[in-house]
Design a protein around this ligand. Sequence first.
Ligand SMILES: [Zn+2]
Length: 86
Amino acid sequence: MPIYEYRCEDCGFQKDHLQKMSDAPLAECPSCHSGRYVRQISAAGFQLKGTGWYATDFKCCGSDKNAKAESPAAPACGGGCACHPS
Ligand SMILES: [Zn+2]
């Protein structure tokens, strides 16, 4: 049975859910009951490898915009994002 990672786009709540392929996707956030509780594309196994990339990407494009000035030659996101257009 595959494990799906869900994330709430409103409050940021994240949780892995064990679901059958035939189960309907969850739609309501267990934390804030928002209807924007969406299943993430990547599988749980891949998520471990992807976490670092996602974390740096988030830092680069989200909370820490100063990263651009600190390392202009090698942005953490690898370029191509909103703050580091290639
Ligand atoms: Zn929520």
